[in-house]
Every structure is written in C-alpha cells, then in structure tokens.
Design a protein around this ligand. Sequence first.
Ligand code: C2O
Ligand code: CU
Length: 487
Amino acid sequence: MQKIRALTVLLGFLFVISCSEQNDTTVTPTPTGTSTYNDLWIPPTLTGTTFNLTLAKSTKQLRTGSATNTYSYNNTTFWGPTLIMNKGDLVKLNVTNNLAEATTTHWHGFHIPAVMDGGPHQMIDASTTWSPSFEVKNNAGTYWYHPHLHEKTKEQLNYGAGGLIIIKDPVESALALPRTYGEDDIPLILTSRNYTSTNAFDISDRAYGDYQLTNGTSSAQVSLPKQFVRLRILNAEIERGYNLGFSDNRTFYIITNDGGLLDTPVPVTRVKMMVGERVEILVNLGTDADGASLDLMAYNSGQAFGFPGGEPNTSGNFGSLLNNKDFSVLHVNVKAATPTGITALSAKLTTNTYWTNADVTNSRTITITGGQGTTAFSFDNNLYGETKINQTIKLNAIEKWTITNNNIFGHSFHIHDIQFKIISRSSGAVGTHESGWKDTVYVPVGESVSVIAKFDDFASSTNAFMYHCHFSNHEDGGMMGQFLVTQ
Ligand code: C2O
Ligand code: CU
C-alpha cells in the first residue's frame, strides 16, 4: 500500500514536471503593453455525479529560474479541476489528502448539511479520504471549493489549493448564453502572490501579492471568438479587491451574482469584486476586428477598494507592487467567431423572488471588532473558538443580519449554508452589480450592511456552519463565528 502510494506520488511528480509551463519569462507586475504573454491555463473539467479529488504537493514554472512549489488537486500544478454539477443531482465527492498535514474541503456557496460543508470540523487527515455526499440544491452559477482548516486556510490556499464549481440547471440551460467551456465560456480565478528570491511562494504575513496570477498564469492571454463571450470570474485573493473593466471602457453585462442568475443582465463598465465573490459577465466581441486585442483590467489606482478592502490608506501601496495600481488581469486577442456563437443579449434571464423586511422573523447584529495594535480582527469581541457557538437560529427562520463596521478596515463577509439578499447599505444604495443572491458581501469601513436569508432544510444540534471574513489571514486570525440551525 505504501509502495503504491509512493509510486503514485512519483508518477504524479514526473507528470507535473512535464506539464509545467516552460515559456514564462515575464515577471512584471503591470504587463499592459508588454508583448510577452503566457497562454491562459484553463482548468480541466470533471463531470458526472462522483468526483474524485486528490490534494498533493506539485510544482509550477511561474517565473524565470526555479519552479515554484505549489499545492493542487489532481496534479493540475496550481488550483484544481472545475467540477460541473447539475442542480438536483445526488453527488458524491471523494477527497483524498496526500499532503503531510490535515486539510478540509469547503464547497463555497453550497446549501448542504453542515456535516458535509467541509468547514474546520470536517478534517481530512494526511493520507485519508473524506467522502461527503449531498443533493445539489443551488441555482446554476459559479461556486468554488477550497481548504478551510482553522489557522491553515491562508497557507493552503496560498500554495494553490482551490478550484471552481459550475452548477447547471434547466432555467440557465434554456437561455441563449455562451456555454462552451474554454471556448466562449471562460473561467477566471484571480489572485496574486509574493515570491522569495528562489521563486518559492512567500507565505509569511504579507497578504497582498506583488504578481498577478489569472488561473495560475502570469501575464495571461487568451484568444476569444468574435461574439458574446461569458467570463466566470472568482476573486480568490488572500485580501485584494478588484475593480474590473475593459481597457477601452466598453460596456459589459453582469448576468450572475454568487448564487445564480440576476433577473436581467446589468450593463456596467466596471465591477468591483471582493474576496470570495463571483460574477459571470457577458462581453460582446462581435464588432471587434479579427486580430484586435484588449485587456481586462484591474482599475485599482486611487481606489481604497483595490487594496485591502482597503481603507483608510488610499495613497500608499501597503507594501505591494500591485496595490493602488491599474494592471491587466487578462490580455484578449479576438479571433474568428464560432458557428454557433451567441450574437445577441437575452433581455430577460430569470425571475427571482427575494426576501424583504416584511418577511423577516428575527434580526441580529454582528459588529466588527479588534484589529487595533496587535489585536486580531474579530466579531463582537469574540475570536473563533472550536466549541464556541456564537449564534443559534431556528430552522426556517428568515433572518436579517446587520453587519456593522465602525472599525479601521474593510472586510469581505461570508455566511455558509444560505444565499442572502443585500437589502441595505448605510452609505447609500445597494449596487446593481450585487443585487442578486449573494453569499459574500463587502463591508467597507464606516458602513452597516443588512442582508436577509432563509435558514431552511438543514438543522443539527451539533454540527455548526461558519460565518467569517473571507480575507484568509483575518479568518485564520479568528475573525470567524459559528452558528447552529436547530429544530
Ligand atoms: Cu469560501 Cu468559509 O469560505
Ligand atoms: Cu477581514
């Protein structure tokens, strides 16, 4: 058994070496205008109802010189395969941990029983397999998976452990939308990293990367057909926000939030995404010339948002080459249309029925605390405790949570189990870009944000769900609470 495992690891290692990107010579943090790009890596897909994932060490050639030590699922060298699931399917996931330490695997955004959720309590010890199974109840959309072991989340994510999940359903499938994966339906996982002088990831306390990685590709480029193209974008950062737009300021259309389709496409020229958030956008390349090019940019200069979630400092760079800068996250080359390409925008996507104040059966307030001096950020002056239950919710309650941030820093607030509707922001209107079902919401300094969700289907008197800041350094520091949903 040990021998077989050793051989598997060795074969995996050789596979990784032979598949690594060898052409990367660019390390500039702001590659707009450079002529050296690397082809965007598109994660392979897994389909069906049984999904096998193996987390292990790997390596990836990210820069000139030494390859970088990474973690990945299924030897993909960085991140992991995209899982494609259908709403209503009963799925089983076999997650094997071939690291030398424990991990967990969380299905971010999924509405499933707490014991299947992959939070800090569902430990997968080294050399063991965890096999949760559940019904996929979420709407079509873009979700993700990542480690969630307390005090280890940042490190394991930083090494590259994570991946996308695409859910399909009949509502989305009936629409004329681009859905040929890797062709006109493109996953984009945005993050950045710091490197040591020997090209190892710097996993010290620096939360803001100096070098952008799009799907784990530095200075990424992709050729996209002359038609409507769908980009499924995930902010998988440790801490940076992205204010995204195209280099020619063209209008594009937001069609989903974290939990699925918006009622209608929302036209914008910029979309802000904080850590953990997803949007799917449609961009029309139909009137571009063959061979034309443009960039999907992070317009972060002068944006407090761009850096941390980032108040109060809008002028400095907080020690990162990318903070407070505009930089390309994807260079796009326009190529010929595909025969079945989408050439028109659907005016109507779906009809969502959102919760309102009138539906609320219970309200609670969560206050962001800590963060001064050497004190860690926390909620309600409570750091995460493995056995500490911070909130108890009645099954089927429709709750309004108001998250209040009179602190010194913005945060990305995520609740497990449910999708919520953002109903108010104390600073003004809720943005149209975040008007759909959400599981993660940006809470800037000086603001209170109220969200409403129904806590249905899954009750347990022992297994808790998490709510936390999705900046993994803050989460590891204890900015996380637990709630039980009880009968
Ligand atoms: Cu994406 Cu509790 O996390
Ligand atoms: Cu935080």
